[in-house]
Design a protein around this ligand. Structure first.
Ligand SMILES: Cc1ncc(COP(=O)(O)O)c(C=O)c1O
Length: 399
């Protein structure tokens, strides 16, 4: 399935509070009845089952004598495999990283760029996908080109900004401020045509929006785990293309990323060989005995729901939000220019700086990013939540 397409789901299931292809999953989360949480793009709430997995994981440290040498990496390897399955790539292609800034720094440390070339980024991009490029441009004599969205959307604007001088294109699949969409397959094709590398920050889409990595073929793709992947803060995923796995230079030289490190008795025999695949880019202390079991439990749940089913049910809800927005006097982007899982609302009268606080007083949680009210629902949200949101927004806009 290519990005942006959606499974057919019935509107009647939305009316009844279920989420189309997937039943409404609110009961699986600890969300109080009066809370309308529409802010997954900021931080996902935790599944009840995952909280249990986390408590069990914290307990294991009480008895370190039960931890065998072979247990050190087995949890991380299981997580690597589940993450790879979710992304539709080989397990060898995944590294475990603490943050997007870390993954982007790995890309910036390895991709070649020289004076006079360009590094292309989006206007109002999340800072973790900007600052490393600015530093690299200063060091190399390259220029950062900031692309503004045109009336045709991000994809068209990006395609026009990628030229024979472009060394690196750094783009998301979904703009973090308003859910606007980048067609990564088209952008990747344009980057490949001029010999530029592609680096993707998929933090605002991975888990809720289909992505065909076999077609996009990014050089590096990174995503946080704590938003649409419903996982813990501090553990994310870096996909590394095959060509960087054998020769790429990691940011750190952890003993755990070296070959043979599972044999603790022989760690005194130092080696210059790394563990295979993208494992050389794993962060120091990647076994993360508490975070890894939590992340594995969430990714297993996402895999069993299926990313395409999640996308399909979110698309129905964001369509409902778009319809209500029009009636309440808010603008949204045309459907072809936005992702199916989250949506930005722009008021024709401007957004009062106090709006998010006023919504919070009604226990309704969204974010204001730039000039957009960002509404980011997940499987715990229903049409009823959207009605409650627009009760406030209509009043706010005098509609
Ligand atoms: C698009 C995007 N990328 C990355 C991040 C987080 O970056 P980091 O992991 O470097 O803190 C966020 C957080 O809101 C985000 O929206």
């Amino acid at each position: 399935m290519s990005e942006g397409s959606a499974l057919p789901v019935s509107r009647s299931s939305l009316e009844s509070g279920s989420s189309g292809a997937i039943e409404n999953a609110r009961h699986l989360f600890e969300i109080p009845e009066d809370v309308v949480y529409l802010n997954c793009a900021n931080m996902a709430p935790q599944l009840r089952s995952v909280t249990e997995a986390g408590i069990a994981a914290v307990r294991t440290k009480s008895s370190p004598w039960t931890l065998r040498a072979e247990d050190w990496c087995s949890g991380a390897e299981e997580l690597r495999a589940v993450a790879a399955q979710l992304l539709g790539v080989e397990t060898d292609g995944i590294a475990l990283v603490p943050a997007v800034s870390y993954g982007i720094a790995v890309a910036a440390a390895n991709l070649p760029v020289s004076a006079g070339q360009t590094i292309v980024v989006l206007d109002q991009e999340f800072p973790s996908n900007v600052y490393a490029w600015r530093v690299l441009a200063r060091k190399s004599g390259a220029a950062v080109v900031t692309v503004r969205r045109s009336s045709g959307g991000w994809t068209e604007a990006l395609e026009q900004s990628i030229t024979a001088r472009t060394a690196i294109v750094a783009a998301p699949q979904c703009h973090w401020t308003d859910g606007s969409r980048v067609d990564l397959e088209r952008v990747a094709a344009r980057a490949r045509a001029v010999g530029a590398a592609l680096v993707v920050d998929a933090s605002q889409s991975l888990g809720a929006c289909a992505l065909n990595l076999a077609r996009v073929q990014p050089d590096f793709l990174v995503a946080v785990g704590y938003k649409w992947l419903l996982g813990p803060y501090g553990l994310g995923y870096l996909y590394v293309a095959p060509k960087w796995r054998r020769t790429g230079m990691p940011l750190e030289q952890s003993w755990l990323t070296r070959s043979g490190s599972e044999n603790f008795a022989r760690l005194v025999d130092h080696t210059d060989e790394y563990r295979p695949g993208a494992r050389r880019f794993d962060m120091g202390e990647f076994p993360q005995f508490v975070l890894v079991p939590i992340a594995t439990a969430t990714l297993r749940q996402l895999t069993s729901w299926g990313m395409e089913n999640i996308q399909a049910s979110r698309a129905l809800l964001t369509e409902r939000i778009a319809e209500s927005a029009g009636i309440a006097g808010y603008d949204v982007l045309p459907v072809a220019q936005r992702c199916p899982h989250m949506i930005g609302l722009r008021s024709r009268k401007g957004i009062a700086s106090t709006l998010a606080d006023r919504l919070r007083a009604s226990r309704i949680y969204v974010s204001v990013r730039g000039d957009s009210i960002r509404v980011a629902p997940h499987l715990y949200n229903s049409a009823h939540d959207i009605e409650k949101l627009f009760d406030v927004l209509r009043f706010e806009n005098g509609a």
